[in-house]
Design a protein around this ligand. Structure first.
Ligand code: ATP
Length: 126
């Protein structure tokens, strides 16, 4: 651990963690692109501020889960490059956490977008 780490250094290291995850994890890039598309759709369909806040919350949750997943994968690879049942358990559980977060995010997205999208299709087809 580095002594006298400044607040700005802490912030920089955190940003480096996000950037390295974006560079190395394909899923992280997919989550980010999906998040941008969902936020643009939320603005297009005129979702309420409360719904947009809920979307931001789940997006933050999924991206945080992916960052934890990246961290766990890195630590496991550092501890053992060999096959180990505990390494498998750690990586699979971390991936499972991301999957659960992403599934609930999709469910929340369906609940929030269902009505405006159905209305939009009604307008388009009439
Ligand atoms: N050292 C290991 N011992 C046992 N199983 C492992 C080990 N490393 C990886 N695995 C297995 O391979 C899977 C994929 O691991 P890998 O490190 O390639 O992650 P990844 O493909 O980058 O995953 P993600 O898509 O979640 O980022 C793990 O979920 C685990 O089941």
């Amino acid at each position: 651990m580095k002594p006298n780490c400044k607040w700005s250094d802490t912030f920089r290291y955190a940003l480096e963690g996000i950037v390295v995850s974006l560079k190395t994890q394909r899923n992280m890039r997919i989550h980010l692109v999906a998040a941008v598309i969902v936020m643009l759709a939320a603005l297009y369909f005129g979702l309420s501020l409360r719904d947009i806040a809920l979307l931001l919350l789940v997006i933050g949750f999924v991206i945080s889960a992916e960052l934890f997943n990246t961290a766990i994968e890195a630590v496991v690879d550092l501890v053992t490059p060999e096959w180990h049942s505990l390494a498998k358990m750690a990586k699979d559980a971390a991936a499972g956490a991301v999957l659960i977060a992403a599934c609930f995010a999709v469910l929340i997205g369906i609940v929030l977008f269902y009505e405006p999208v159905v209305t939009w299709f009604g307008i388009i087809s009439s």
